[in-house]
Design a protein around this ligand. Structure first.
Ligand code: UD1
Ligand code: MG
Length: 493
């Protein structure tokens, strides 16, 4: 046993159901909240227990579901359920597969793939109580105002749990019970194995009910008990898109609250969305309408927002990111980005650097202290340190077939509206004049200018646009129409 597998013998996650109420071509458990699929949340909670075995039972959309699970957790075992329906059959299939390496003994936890707010902490509490009391079965329950549809917890006069009755099989009196089965349990493996062998499909739905195991375990002399949770969100399944959104909002509320308790300032929690996979340092400030997704990290004292969406972006200490849409990028310490900035994957901005308003960047490394302050595109490029890229500069990286690189050195100053026709390089300390179209390399320390010389055709407006306001105002300012003695256009450059 490796040190990280010190928990229960197994966790079995049931994920064979169809999820028809989602009305989707995507299998239900692949729908996402908080940046993870529903089954991804189930896996995270299960893994938090450090089980020796983790099995997921699949059937509906088998290939899609199995490949998604394997991508998330290569060590999880995928078990196929046959055509016999029911949660009991699903667990039986998993147990058979797990027993093939020698019969499991100890605690087996069963949970669902569509209960995304369940935490490893609540599961661990269930396992601890189950093991401390030496139970055969411990079921996680909740007391609901409206228990319609759920299995009801049957208790003897003294409170002992005697079994579970499915809604469809219940009498009117039993339907009055508000304590419900969450579908999450801890079982003793041997009890589970022998009880399942006796479960039949003799019920309203013609299914093998896992819930029948409780009464069978009691008949066999085992202790059956319940752990009641006050937190109904943790046992709530996502069955349709209304529930999915409600669970997503609650998960986000919890995530944002946890970060605030950890020292992050969130000015408007209601408009701040943080995936479960994001990491924030103390004294980060998040301004309204900020969404942080994927593997995004934000370091101490950085300010993000307002109106910013970052996916897989690393924000350095003390950096400022304002009204920005970014993905796959790294922003250095004390750098600034925005407003109205689009960072595409591969953007790496060095410490104290700047990518300002109306900039798009992609696959570009920008050195420490370099500034791209306004209006432009930098793609497939490398920019050195302390370089100033003028307003409206463009890397022309695409020749219609291939992408090419622009390499700009350190201490460079480019004029407004410079176009870098890649592949091209500018050496350290080079300058470019306004409007330069740079097609050839520029050596270190050179000034490059490439625009045509300027020509002034005097009186042109009076001759060619007579009767216009421009002509009238030009005449009032002393302009005269060209005559045979007017000098030819002068050139200045
Ligand atoms: C089940 C419980 C019920 C409980 C409720 C909580 C049984 C018989 N009933 O009812 O007591 O209150 O969950 O939500 O267990 N699944 C499979 N294979 C199957 C059938 C289901 O893997 O053949 C999986 C589903 O994907 C789902 C879970 O088991 O994740 C529950 O299935 P569902 O059909 O929703 O069970 P309920 O009838 O709601
Ligand atoms: Mg259900």
């Amino acid at each position: 046993m490796s040190p990280e597998n010190t928990g229960p013998a197994a966790v079995i996650v049931l994920a064979a159901g169809a999820g028809t109420r989602m009305k989707s071509r995507t299998p239900k458990i692949l729908h996402e909240i908080g940046g993870r699929s529903l089954v991804g949340h189930a896996l995270a909670a299960a893994r938090a227990l450090h089980p020796q075995e983790l099995a997921l039972v699949v059937r509906h959309e088998r290939e899609l579901v199995a490949s998604h699970i394997t991508a998330l957790d290569p060590d999880a075992r995928i078990v196929d359920q046959d055509e016999v329906p029911g949660t009991g059959r699903a667990v039986e299939a998993a147990l058979e597969a797990l027993d093939s390496r020698g019969p499991l003994s100890g605690t087996v936890v069963v949970t669902y793939g569509d209960v995304p707010l369940l935490t490893g902490q609540l599961l661990a509490g269930l396992v601890a109580s189950h093991e401390a009391d030496g139970n055969a079965v411990t079921v996680l329950t909740a007391v609901l105002d409206d228990a319609t549809g759920y299995g009801r917890i049957l208790r003897a006069a003294g409170g002992t749990v005697t079994g579970i009755r499915e809604h469809k099989d219940a009498t009117d009196a039993e339907r009055g019970i508000r304590e419900v089965n969450s579908g999450i349990y801890a079982f003793d493996a041997a009890v589970l194995r022998s009880a399942l062998a006796h479960v039949t499909t003799d019920n309203a739905q013609g299914e093998k009910y896992l819930t029948d195991v409780l009464a069978l375990a009691r008949e066999a002399g085992g202790r059956v008990a319940a752990v009641v949770t006050e937190d109904r969100w943790q046992v709530e399944g996502a069955n349709d898109r209304v529930q999915l959104a409600a669970l997503g909002a609650e998960l986000n509320r919890r995530t944002v609250e946890a970060w605030m308790r950890a020292g992050v300032t969130v000015v408007d929690p209601a408009s701040t969305w943080i995936d479960a996979t994001v990491t924030l340092d103390e004294d980060v400030r998040l301004l309204p309408n900020t969404q942080l997704h994927g593997t995004t990290t934000v370091a101490r004292d950085a300010v993000v927002g307002p109106d910013t969406t970052l996916t897989d972006v690393h924000v350095g200490e003390g950096a400022k990111v304002i009204r920005t849409h970014g993905s796959g990028s790294t922003i250095g310490a004390h750098a600034s980005v925005g407003p109205f900035t689009y960072l595409r994957p591969g953007t790496v901005l060095g410490e104290t650097g700047k990518i300002g308003a109306f900039y798009e960047t992609k696959n570009v490394t920008i050195g420490r202290g370099s500034k791209l302050s306004h209006l432009g595109y930098a793609g497939d490029a490398e920019i050195g340190e302390d370089t100033n890229i003028g307003c409206g500069n463009i890397t022309a990286n695409y020749d219609g077939e291939k992408k090419h690189r622009t390499v700009i050195g350190s201490g460079v100053r480019t004029g407004s509206n410079t176009v870098f026709v890649a592949p091209v390089q500018l050496g350290d300390g080079a300058y470019s004049g306004a409007g330069a179209i740079i097609r050839r390399d520029v050596p270190a320390g050179a000034l490059t200018v490439s625009v045509a010389k300027q020509r002034n055709a005097e009186g042109w407006v009076l001759e060619n646009r007579p009767g216009t306001i421009s002509a009238a105002l030009a005449e009032a300012a002393g302009a005269t129409p060209p005559t045979s003695t007017t000098p030819a256009p002068t050139e200045e450059g």
